[in-house]
Design a binder for this molecule. Structure first.
Ligand code: F0G
Length: 457
């Protein structure tokens, strides 16, 4: 008999988690204004809010922490991190930042001015925020297939070359760069194919525009290329990463995802011009150019995390766990963005809560219901997160409305996945009794989902 699949690691340290009662949760979520960001972590049993900074570090990474060099300038920890980034990406210039959005802030301070257009594939909310707060416009050129959650296509995160070309032709003197997010978080943790990266590069070259990768989950993207794209089966993850980055001029990185650290980020580029400008903003916003918001110990852990997570076994263990949860949801007929993404399952909320109108935020309603059911904290990636149109101030109901269940790296077991699946099934079974959603009582001008106050209708 063939042996079943199992994790490529074993557990050395554990952290207790707590269950709660439904009446406790009713009280807590009300106090949190029906916004799961406002819950205390100890009020949560299984926390799927994000896979960002919530992973478990390895024994090698903890050993690296002890060897951190905390020198203000020229620390060995920085040099180790820089060498690893250059080895994996081919980019020679590296500027640390405290996390991904800080990398965006520093680099965009150099590149974006008011009135610019930034085409890309479903810009993440902080990326959009850093574009729109500079009075520029994020133009979404994701392929249309990404909007149909039930369609099984292997690279649902791709940029639509036609949409990109139209945008470049129309606005080309107002476009400082093209951005590609790998994997495409907002479209469901969906990968972008190597062929698509190559094509984006070709189109950008035609208009003499640089290409930036938002690389938070680039290693997971490389795993999907190896598994799904012709010609890459026999290449190592590190070889695939190296090729991916040949199609970019630079990257912003949230190291809290695929570099397996709890805090950290960086900009890496082959452009001396970008680096020279970013250095100045980096010093003002983040810190000196060899630490930029990170401690030496964290840079050591980041270097080791990047090395570990660009190995096939580590990625296979992770992505197979996400697939396992997807299989359990299939058993119960629960609709989610297909196929399962790299870091999360995205439940198609309007297909579950068919009686909740879009103005009452179905995905946020489902997020609250799942918390009430079992103390599981997912997050809305939908109409609340989409914010209002900066010009008309209307809610943006044009995209998907999803409940994201993000799986932290190396943290939960498949028993936890079973609890999540059954809790969701229980909500699914009583979906027809859920007819009203939530309404906004207070919201911030941008990135409202973090702090929004809601009322249950
Ligand atoms: N880009 C992508 C694709 C992201 O998913 C994130 C963060 C960022 C940039 C910003 O990085 O958090 O280090 O400042 N995503 C987290 C999430 C928050 O839950 O998906 P950061």
């Amino acid at each position: 008999m063939e042996l079943p699949f199992a994790e490529s690691w074993k557990i050395k340290m554990i952290e207790p988690i707590r269950k709660s009662t439904r009446s406790e949760r009713e009280k807590w979520i009300k106090e949190a204004n029906y916004n799961v960001f406002q819950l205390k972590a100890e009020q949560v049993y299984i926390d799927l809010l994000t896979d960002s900074g919530t992973g478990a570090m390895s024994d090698r990474q903890w050993a690296g922490i002890m060897l951190g060099d905390e020198s203000y300038a020229g620390a060995t920890s920085f040099l180790k991190m820089k060498d690893m980034i250059t080895k994996i990406t081919g980019f020679d210039y590296v500027l640390p930042t405290h996390q991904g959005r800080a990398a965006e802030n520093v680099l965009f301070s150099c590149l974006i001015k008011a009135g610019d257009f930034i085409p890309g594939n479903s810009h993440f909310d902080t990326t959009k925020g850093h574009i729109e707060s500079r009075k520029a416009f994020a133009i979404d050129c994701t392929i249309d297939e990404a909007k149909d959650t039930q369609l099984e296509v292997p690279f649902k995160g791709n940029v639509d070359p036609k949409k990109l070309e139209i945008c470049l032709a129309e606005h080309h003197d107002k476009i400082p760069f093209v951005i590609v997010t790998i994997t495409n978080n907002t479209a469901g943790g969906q990968p972008v194919s190597m062929e698509n990266l190559r094509e984006v590069r070709k189109i950008a070259n035609k208009y003499k525009k640089p290409v930036l990768f938002d690389s938070a989950r680039f290693a997971e993207n490389a795993y999907f290329i190896k598994i799904r794209e012709k010609g890459y089966q026999n290449k190592s993850i590190k070889e695939i990463c190296k090729e991916m980055f040949t199609y970019a001029d630079g990257m912003t990185m949230s190291a809290k995802k695929d570099a397996l650290v709890n805090m950290g980020g960086f900009i890496a580029t082959r452009s001396q011009e970008w680096y020279d400008c970013a250095k100045v903003f980096g010093i003002v916003y983040e810190g000196y150019i060899t630490y930029g918001g990170m401690s030496g110990r964290d840079m050591n852990a980041l270097a080791i995390g990047l090395d570990e997570n660009t190995e096939f076994d580590m990625l296979e263990t992770r992505i197979k766990q996400v697939e396992y949860l997807a299989q359990r949801l299939d058993e119960f007929g629960i609709p989610y963005q297909r196929p399962a993404g790299g870091h999360a399952i995205f439940v198609d909320a309007p297909k579950v809560l068919t009686y909740v109108p879009k103005e009452e935020f179905p995905a946020q309603t489902l997020t609250v219901e799942l918390y009430l059911e079992a103390g599981i904290r997912g997050v809305e990636i939908g109409y609340l997160l989409a914010d209002r149109d900066p010009v008309t101030r209307e809610n943006r109901f044009g995209g998907l409305d999803l409940l994201r269940l993000a799986i932290p790296r190396r943290v939960y077991t498949n028993n936890h996945m079973d609890v999540i699946a059954v809790a969701l099934k229980n909500v699914f079974d009583r979906r027809e009794t859920i007819t009203r959603g939530v309404k906004i009582a207070w919201e911030a001008e941008i990135m409202r989902h973090f702090t929004v106050k809601l009322q249950r209708l």
